[in-house]
Design a protein around this ligand. Structure first.
Ligand code: PMV
Length: 360
């Protein structure tokens, strides 16, 4: 599908008021998106596990206005309180999606949102937050339209979520989602995420992710600034090429179930993301000493235990510890015994692969 396929056809129903509610998950990238072009289009393809426990639940109550207003009319509540400082971000999102949802200025919206994970845990809520909101608006569009296939609904929800936050387009469906044009993946697109369409070995069906909260503070670099650092980055072109190659390799790994090779790709991608930040201008180190302590402990334990535990990182200091289901007792014991001490206030979140957003 191309961009103009997301322009709406005429609406045939008149909906005066109502309420919709969606719960949408976060996701953890195995192959990282870092660097974007105009309109939130990625410089390279990425792929992620959809998570299960880290979610945002968003309810949108809507009321049709007497006449279309000149500006967006909405209020935003976060965890039971009005939240003025989130409004500018939502307004930017609404401005970006309005060409595809022309009804937005016909309504007043009360948006109420909450996260399952602790506020200021250092876990980015943009993927779950933007995807939940995109789904609520898509639901209203579906109510206004004649008929809409499930496939179109999900694609357009992903397309809209992308305009809020790139990685949010990978949070509509589960359990593995790919975003970005990739020659060896039929149906892949820069415009939206797709459910990974090829064979996935049993080894990857029930993966676990324990998120170690090393640093719960505000992100040192916003992802917008981070993505922009890839413009004129001396290693950018090589990095974008590498992501394509890693995705080629990951396809065979997903099919064969080769956990050793999986670990190599996933850890290398995490370190490459951080290497890009360390080698940009200005440069940043987003890991903390405890991030490195954890990585070293994981490597040592993996060697001794012969398990397949590995790590990945977002653009921050927290560590995602990934492991397959059949090793979960042994690895979780190791996490409790040896890694939790490196977390701020000993805080961590147990998560696993999930199956995508849900209407509530
Ligand atoms: O969706 P954004 O713009 O916040 O970018 C997220 C980028 C990473 O989380 C670092 C990588 C990824 O692919 O999710």
């Amino acid at each position: 599908m191309i961009e103009k396929d997301f322009a709406p056809s005429d609406y045939i129903h008149d909906i005066v008021e109502g309420k919709v509610c969606y719960k949408s998950p976060s996701n953890i990238a195995l192959i990282k998106y870092w660097g974007k072009k105009e309109n939130q289009l990625p410089q390279n393809p990425s792929i992620s596990f959809t998570l299960d426990a880290c979610t945002t639940t968003t309810e949108v109550a809507f009321e049709k206005l007497e006449k279309k207003s000149n500006d967006f009319s909405f209020d935003l509540w976060f965890e039971g309180e009005p939240k003025e400082d989130f409004k500018p971000k939502i307004k930017i999102f609404l401005t970006r999606i309005e060409p595809y949802l022309p009804f937005l200025k016909n309504y007043y919206f009360k948006i109420e949102t909450k996260n399952s994970f602790p506020h200021s845990s250092g876990i980015a809520s943009s993927a779950s937050g933007m995807s939940a909101l995109a789904l609520c608006f898509m639901d209203l569009e579906q109510q206004l339209s004649s008929n809409m296939t499930n496939e179109y609904f999900n694609k357009k929800a992903s397309f809209l979520a992308r305009l809020g936050s790139g990685s949010a387009c990978r949070s509509i469906e589960g359990d593995i989602v790919q975003w970005g044009q990739h020659n060896a993946t039929e149906g892949s697109s820069d415009l939206y995420g797709i459910k990974y369409p090829y064979k996935v070995h049993e080894n990857f069906k029930r993966y676990y992710d324990t998120i170690l909260l090393v640093d719960k503070g505000q992100k040192q670099v916003s992802s917008t600034i981070g993505h922009n650092l890839m413009h004129h980055h001396p290693f950018a072109e090589e990095r974008f090429k590498q992501a394509h190659e890693n995705l080629d390799k990951l396809q065979s790994i997903f099919a064969s179930g080769d956990l050793k090779e999986f670990i190599k790709i996933v850890e290398s991608e995490a370190l490459t993301l951080h290497a890009m930040m360390m080698t940009s201008m200005p440069y940043f180190i987003l890991m903390k000493p405890n991030t490195l302590e954890i990585i070293n402990k994981i490597w040592k334990f993996r060697e001794i235990s012969k398990t397949h535990v590995c790590f990945t990182l977002d653009a921050g200091a927290n560590v995602h510890v990934l492991y397959p289901e059949n090793e979960k007792e042994e690895v979780f014991q190791f996490i409790k015994d040896e890694l939790i001490v490196y977390c701020e206030n000993q805080q961590y979140i147990c998560d696993r692969i999930g199956f995508g957003a849900k209407k509530l």
